[in-house]
Design a protein around this ligand. Structure first.
Ligand SMILES: [Zn+2]
Ligand SMILES: [Zn+2]
Length: 304
C-alpha cells in the first residue's frame, strides 16, 4: 500500500508569503492521518484532493495557536461538505476543552461523530495494520511527538513451493501465512518453507515543535522519514534554544542519532524568504535531508 506525506503547510508560528502554518498529511491507501492543523489547513487539504469522507484521524502536537487554529475551519468545512464518517482527534490535555469551546459557541451541524481523546505517552492508536505512538517533546508547554509505524507485513507467499510440497490450494494456504506450520495428512510442513520472512513496515516520525531531546530520538529510532522542527538556521541557535525550537543542524543531528533514513526540515520560521541555507547546513550533518515546502508530496517506502 503506498504511503505519501503531503506537507500542507510547512511554516511555523506565523504564516508568511511563502509558507502556510504547520500541517502534514499521511495518506496511506484510502486512509488519512493529519498531524497538526494550522490556520488555512482546510484549503490546502482540499487542494490536495485528500477526500472529505475517508477514514481519518487528526493528531495535534500541542495547543499553540499555529498548530490548532485550523481545526475549527476544518471541522466546519467537513460538516458543510457532507462528511458522515467518524472523525477522531488526538492531542494533549486541553484539546477536549478547545474542541468543545468551538462546538458550543459556533453553530454548525455536523453529521459525523466526533471523538476527541487526550493522549499520554505510549501507544495512542493500535489499528490492525499500524500504530501511532506518542512521546513528550521538549517545548514550552506540553507537546507530543508522534510516530506512525506500520506493523510487519506477512512474508511473501510462494505458491509454486506450496504446490510442490503438495499443500492443496484453499484454507491451508491462508493458514500458512498466520501459523508456524500446517498438517497435510501425517506430514507437518513448516510455514517457513513457503512464506518468506515478515516484511517490516514504514515508520514516519513527526516531531514539531521541539528542542532536540532524548525522548524524540528514541521515538524516532529507525524512521524512514523524520519530520522535525527546523525553525531556524545555525546563526539563530540561541533563539531556537530560547523558544523551544531546533535549528536545521540540530534536526540533522537528531536524524543521525535516531538512525533515521530521511529527514524533512519543517516548521520553517517566517523570517526566511529563502530557507536554502537551512538545507545546506543540515546536509553537512545528514546528507539525506530535504526542505519541505507547502504542498510537497514525499512517497515513503521501505528500502532496506
Ligand atoms: Zn509552532
Ligand atoms: Zn509551539
Amino acid at each position: 500500500m503506498s504511503v505519501a506525506v503531503i506537507f500542507l503547510g510547512s511554516g511555523g508560528s506565523v504564516p508568511s508569503k511563502y509558507r502556510m502554518l504547520p500541517s502534514a498529511l499521511i495518506r496511506r491507501g484510502p486512509e488519512l492521518l493529519l498531524f497538526d492543523c494550522g490556520e488555512g489547513t482546510q484549503r490546502q487539504f482540499l487542494q490536495a484532493k485528500a477526500g472529505i469522507n475517508r477514514k481519518m484521524r487528526i493528531f495535534i502536537s500541542h495547543l499553540h495557536g499555529d498548530h490548532v487554529f485550523g481545526l475549527p475551519g476544518m471541522l466546519h468545512s467537513l460538516a458543510f461538505m457532507g462528511r458522515t464518517r467518524e472523525l477522531e482527534i488526538y492531542g494533549p490535555r486541553g484539546i477536549t476543552d478547545f474542541v468543545s469551546a468551538v462546538n458550543n459557541s459556533v453553530k454548525f451541524y455536523a453529521q459525523y461523530p466526533l471523538t476527541v481523546k487526550e493522549v499520554r505517552a505510549g501507544t495512542i492508536v493500535n489499528d490492525q495494520e499500524y500504530k501511532v505512538v506518542g512521546a513528550p517533546a521538549k517545548h514550552g508547554i506540553p507537546c507530543f511527538a508522534y510516530a506512525f509505524e506500520e506493523k510487519p507485513k506477512p512474508g511473501k507467499f510462494n505458491p509454486r513451493m506450496a504446490k510442490k510440497l503438495g499443500i492443496p490450494e484453499g484454507p491451508l494456504w491462508k493458514k500458512l501465512q498466520s501459523s508456524r506450520y500446517v498438517r497435510v495428512g501425517n506430514r507437518r510442513i513448516s510455514s517457513r518453507l513457503v512464506v518468506g520472512a515478515p516484511r517490516e513496515g514504514i515508520k514516519i516520525t513527526y516531531a514539531v515543535d521541539t528542542r532536540p531531546c532524548a525522548t524524540v530520538a528514541k521515538l524516532a529510532r529507525d524512521s524512514d522519514l523524520l519530520i522535525h522542527d527546523s525553525s531556524f538556521d545555525r546563526s539563530a541557535s540561541q533563539k531556537a534554544s530560547d523558544y523551544g525550537h531546533s535549528t536545521s543542524t540540530e534536526a540533522a543531528q537528531l536524524a543521525v542519532r535516531s538512525k533515521s533514513r530521511k529527514l524533512a526540515l519543517f516548521h520553517i520560521s517566517a523570517m526566511y524568504e529563502d530557507a536554502n541555507p537551512l538545507l545546506v547546513q543540515a546536509r553537512r550533518v545528514f546528507r539525506n535531508t530535504i526542505l519541505s515546502h507547502d504542498m510537497m508530496t514525499v512517497y515513503v517506502s521501505r528500502n532496506r
